[in-house]
Design a protein around this ligand. Structure first.
Ligand code: CP3
Length: 396
């Protein structure tokens, strides 16, 4: 049954989730866990031979529109690696493509836009997303998956800056000069653009949750290119609105906000209203815990490049991260960015085993005794005492 069906007309009702007891959902909520959960950003994809075989040639946008194929590609890495969550197989530009903005995904390059966003007139090309009409295949695939998966499904959307960057730059960018120029030359237009993209992300995320997704990640992958001041002024308000609106329609849903190179933004991102903040490999996880504060879980942060060499190197780095994660609840193990296509899947499989065996953040030592210790604990992480409580918001 969809959560929408459980919602009273006047407001939202928190429905118990099927995976509330899973390590992934519990870690997002900073509850004790039986083992540290792990999944990998971009875990479905070219690193897997079974992906290449099932996917075949053709545009990924065509693959995304086939629910049976999407379900298969989403499940493949869970079966192969033994991850504690599945990430829905889709792409951050799907909503913009679905409303007809003219977006394609070029193999080896990423999203490309035929006629980039330039002026207020282009807002008309970004009509509101109606998921039942524009992306019914997303709803169908999530429904299929929620019937067949044995682990929680993470729905996702692109963050406002990252999606805007593709629409304005016309494709992947190194310096993001066009989008920065727009943000600063015409803040009113930027505001309108970001609000529209936030509405689209919200509509898409709500449709994924109604269809059975258990958690949400917002990929604002390229936000780390911004100064903290500009992120706070020009991106964070829309991001906060996104998570606040999600909380009012789907209260209690675990949420994660992630970006690359966001070390200087982590404290701000922690105020966006999510359960967890994703951390790339540049910030040691103990330092990341300090930056996001005690009321947020952290997700990360193995350098994906370190999975390309020997197992010894990947194992040493994984162990280092598990130590830095400390013992406080609220660590979801992940890479610091997506799986690189040339990764040996065997290494990732071993990373999962190692994290399950040796991870200790939030470990519920009493699980074996049948005692569910759901206490919020005070723990020392590194040099700093972290008093974990359920206070609202993060650190300002
Ligand atoms: O396992 C998964 O995470 C699969 C689902 C997924 C895809 N894209 C499929 C995909 C997710 C969560 C994304 C998110 C996404 N898309 C992000 C945020 C994550 C990040 O990496 O920061 C971004 C920035 C995009 C935009 C995008 N789409 C890029 C940069 C690329 C890579 C281009 C390439 O070919 O290397 C894509 C294409 C894409 N999206 C592929 C996949 C599996 C590869 C292309 C293919 O298989 O045809």
């Amino acid at each position: 049954m969809s959560t929408a069906a459980l919602r009273a007309p006047g407001g939202a009702v928190e429905a118990p989730g099927r995976f509330d007891d899973s390590p992934f959902i519990r870690a997002c909520r900073r509850q004790s866990v039986s083992h540290v959960p792990v999944w990998f950003m971009r875990q479905a994809g070219r690193a897997l031979p079974e992906y290449r075989a099932a996917r075949g040639p053709g545009s990924i946008l065509d693959a995304i529109a086939q629910p049976d194929l999407v379900a298969e590609l989403t499940i493949q890495p869970v079966d192969r690696y033994g991850t504690d969550a599945a990430i829905f197989f889709s792409d951050i530009v799907v909503p913009a493509a679905a409303v007809g903005f003219g977006v394609d995904i070029a193999p080896g390059t990423g999203p490309v836009v035929l006629e980039p966003f330039r002026s207020a007139a282009d807002l008309a090309r970004l009509r509101p997303l109606e998921p039942e009409i524009d992306t019914p295949y997303v709803i169908e695939a999530v429904q299929l998956l929620s019937q067949s998966l044995s682990v929680p499904l993470i729905g996702f959307a692109g963050g406002p800056f990252t999606v805007a960057s593709y629409l304005v730059e016309g494709g992947p960018s190194k310096n993001f000069t066009k989008v920065k120029a727009l943000m600063h030359a015409d803040p009113a237009l930027w505001h309108d653009l970001v609000e529209r993209l936030t509405d689209m992300a919200l509509a898409s995320l709500r449709s994924q949750l109604d269809a059975g997704a258990s958690a949400i990640q917002v990929f604002d992958s390229w936000a780390g290119i911004l100064t903290p001041t500009h992120y706070a002024e020009l991106v964070l308000p829309a991001t906060r609105r996104l998570f606040a609106d999600l909380e009012s329609s789907h209260p209690g849903t675990p949420t994660i906000l992630f970006g690359v190179g966001t070390g200087e933004l982590l404290g701000l991102m922690a105020t966006a209203g999510t359960s967890a903040v994703g951390v790339d490999w540049r910030v040691p996880l103990d330092e990341a815990r300090l930056r996001v504060g005690p009321t947020k879980a952290v997700q990360g942060n193995l350098d994906p490049a370190l999975c390309l060499g020997s197992w010894e190197v990947a194992a040493a780095e994984t162990r280092e991260i598990l130590v830095r994660a400390g013992t406080a609840p609220g660590h979801i193990f992940n890479l610091g960015h997506g799986v690189l296509p040339e990764t040996d899947p065997g290494i990732l499989e071993q990373v999962v085993e190692l994290v399950h065996r040796e991870g200790h953040a939030g470990l519920d030592v009493n699980v074996g005794l049948g005692v569910d210790v759901d206490v919020e604990v005070d723990v020392d992480v590194g040099a700093t005492r972290i008093d974990v409580d359920d206070g609202a918001g993060g650190m300002e």
